[in-house]
Design a protein around this ligand. Structure first.
Ligand code: PEP
Ligand code: MN
Length: 356
């Protein structure tokens, strides 16, 4: 549940509410917007719920106490109706602009990375991607350059002025990756690595959480809740395809997840058509689809010579294909942006009522 404070509530009144929450062994999470100050109670409330609610409701400075019906709390629209906007360097994610995260699957060399980022930065990318620690299905495949790759990524940021995102695979890597990267990426295979999620929650950097290839949307949001509950509300969700019976594509891109997520959560949503399809000729149409259904951005893999790539070459775009895709999605974004605004993307009407 969450407590909405009266407009103009004093610091003492806010502290009174937080004190009661703490005394109950729960954690208070504050979220203040221009219009209201809200304190969420996080923790196992169990059978104390009705009693706690009644006590909070009578406290000085409290306007209302509202239950959250979903198992995820901090990331829910019920708790925060306004979209989360994540700002890194000069890029904003979730503010209605089109985020484009582009770069190679794996950083293979300084030259390969810089050649790629210079091209994508000159053609509309807003975030640079590149894997330094690679989660490969085979232990015999290229595992990434590690810290050497992180250094090249930092150089790419200096050259382009764009923020950089890269994957972190285990809790012990979080500090070093956070030293170099602007956004931490948690990959599909690690979506439910709870100790990694908590470590990312404490890292003080935005986190992009990719959907587990076998995860439901609710499991995905619960994973995001781990990051938020550790103190980090700066989370981006990335739909990258799920495993189904279909074998024509590497995964099945669940585009319905985009409007469903916008309905359930205030977090920005990015679509990754590269890992979803596994085929470069399918990346442009599915990127168009992602933007058309209202995604806040896309993430794509680009390589100067995809056929020589050490990782995911089949799904990596050539420079030319990347430029063509950009032309298409920028145009589509221009068309759909206003439509989604009109359609009340949060579907807040449907959220009214219910709750426990
Ligand atoms: C990646 O983006 O480099 C990656 C490994 O993606 P995923 O975790 O979605 O497979
Ligand atoms: Mn890849």
């Amino acid at each position: 549940m969450f407590v909405v404070m009266r407009t103009g509530a004093t610091e003492a009144e806010v502290n009174g509410v937080k004190g009661l929450i703490l005394a109950e062994g729960l954690t208070p999470f504050e979220s203040a917007t221009a219009t209201r100050q809200v304190i969420a109670l996080v923790g196992e409330v169990g059978r104390r719920r009705d009693d706690l609610r009644a006590r909070l409701e009578t406290m000085s400075g409290v306007a209302s106490v509202t239950p959250i019906s979903k198992p995820y709390k901090l990331v829910s629209r019920e708790f925060q109706p306004e979209d989360t906007v994540i700002r890194v360097l000069d890029s904003a994610i979730g503010d209605g602009s089109l985020t484009v995260m582009a770069g190679p699957c794996a950083i293979e060399s300084r030259e390969q990375l810089l050649e790629t980022v210079e091209f994508v930065a000159a053609h509309g990318a807003t975030v640079i991607r590149g894997g330094a620690f690679k989660p490969r299905s085979s232990p015999y495949s290229f595992q990434g350059l590690g810290v050497e790759g992180l250094r090249y990524l930092a150089e790419a940021r200096e050259r382009t002025g764009l923020p950089v995102i890269t994957e972190v695979m285990e809790p012990s890597q979080v500090d070093i990756v956070a030293d170099y990267a602007d956004i931490l990426q948690v990959g599909t295979r690690n979506m439910q690595n709870f100790s990694l999620l908590l470590a990312c929650g404490r890292a003080g950097r935005p986190v992009m959480l990719k959907r587990g290839f076998g995860a439901t949307i609710e499991e995905w949001l619960m994973a995001a809740e781990y990051i938020a509950s550790a103190g980090n509300p700066q989370i981006i969700l990335c739909e990258r395809g799920i495993r189904t019976f279909e074998t024509s594509t590497r995964n099945t891109l669940d585009l319905t997840a985009v409007p469903v997520l916008h309905h359930l959560t205030h977090l920005p949503v990015v679509v990754d058509p590269s890992h979803a399809t596994g085929k470069r000729w399918l990346v442009k149409p599915m990127a168009i689809g992602g933007v058309a259904v209202g995604a806040d951005g896309i993430m794509v893999e680009v390589h100067p010579r995809p056929d020589d790539a050490l990782s995911d070459g089949e799904q990596s775009l050539t420079f030319e294909m990347y430029a063509q895709m950009m032309d298409a999605i920028v145009a589509v974004h221009g068309h759909v942006k206003d439509l989604h605004g009109d359609l009340d993307r949060a579907g807040m009407g449907a959220l009214a009522g219910g709750g426990s």
